[in-house]
Design a protein around this ligand. Structure first.
Ligand SMILES: [Mn+2]
Length: 320
């Protein structure tokens, strides 16, 4: 893959817009923040950063986070020279930003999901990279572009969070080497870990405790799951992004092979997150037109919560 096209494309662009995926996580936000910073430092150009959904409080420390705008507030008629998607497995995960992305003169795609089908004009997609942040780091390093301390901080956050704190299967020797370089470039690992892992809002912790107490176990405890209603959130004054981490907590149980969390979006829409230790859950998510990675995937099921739950269990049984 030639990285030169990254430089050329950015040099040619007068206006640049960057998109993160819906329900943004540390990778999509960190990579977007890093890219914005790198474009500013290396090309002296500004870029607009677009988010769909709420930015979790724990990521408010990321550089330029206050400059990020909601996809809802975008002027849908503006045609940008260059639109860049970061950490976006499938285009529809840009939600209401998609039309602006589609309209752009050149579309770039920076990602690490193996289900990504190279939907951009210029694609930097590596299915074996730990995170979109790692892909961007490779591009910047290969081109000898400057990675300042702010860029390094954001990239380190992307790698750290998508590897679950350097614990998941996607943590390779090369991943750690790159993280080490980011520390040399100015990222502070203790500070970033404190923000990402030791700064949970109280409603989030209480919601998680409640979900674990109400978790269900089937198939000889191989499958652990919980269904979360909007009422559950209200009870703890929790927000949608506060459900993050529950599916991992269920996988942590020694008998669990597959864990999943279903979250009511509205009366006919349910969001699903899946995790596993051995089974390829991206295949299960694909059955509902979702996607993701082998051990972490997600989808949206256009059914009420209880029906979505039956359908999910039915599908999982085919894969056990
Ligand atoms: Mn990612």
């Amino acid at each position: 893959m030639g990285y030169e096209s990254f430089k050329d494309t950015i040099q040619k662009a007068g206006s640049i817009i960057i998109f993160s995926h819906v329900n943004p996580d540390g990778d999509t936000l960190g990579t977007m923040s890093a890219l914005h910073q790198a474009i500013k430092t290396n090309f002296n150009k500004d870029s607009i950063m677009v988010v769909s959904g709420i930015i979790p409080e724990i990521y408010h420390f990321l550089p330029s986070i206050n400059e990020m705008v909601s996809s809802k507030d975008l002027d849908k008629n503006v045609v940008y020279d260059l639109a860049i998607a970061v950490d976006i497995a499938a285009k529809d995960r840009m939600v209401d930003g998609l039309s602006v992305y589609e309209k752009a003169k050149v579309k770039m795609n920076i990602d690490h999901h193996k289900t990504n089908n190279d939907y951009g004009d210029v694609n930097f997609v590596k299915g074996d990279a730990s995170s979109a942040g790692e892909v961007l780091f490779d591009v910047l390093e290969d081109l000898n572009l400057k990675i300042d301390s702010e860029t390094a901080k954001a990239l380190y956050t992307a790698i750290l969070t998508d590897t679950g704190g350097f614990r998941f299967e996607n943590t390779k020797a090369t991943t750690l080497k790159k993280a080490s370089k980011m520390i040399e470039y100015g990222a502070n690992p203790a500070e970033i870990s404190r923000y990402c892992y030791e700064s949970k809002p109280k409603p989030m912790v209480l919601l998680q405790a409640n979900c674990l107490l109400n978790a269900k176990f089937i198939e000889d405890n191989k499958v652990a799951y919980v269904c979360i209603t909007n009422k559950d959130l209200e009870k703890f004054n929790a927000q949608n992004d506060h459900t993050e981490g529950i599916v991992e907590a269920l996988r942590r149980i020694n008998t669990t092979e597959i864990s999943f969390v279903l979250k009511e979006v509205d009366e006919n829409t349910t969001k699903a997150s899946l995790r596993s230790k051995t089974v390829d859950v991206s295949e299960i998510a694909s059955a509902f037109n979702g996607g993701g990675h082998t051990f972490a995937a997600g989808c949206t099921i256009h059914k009420p919560l209880n029906i979505a739950c039956d359908k999910m269990i039915e599908e999982i049984k085919k894969h056990l």
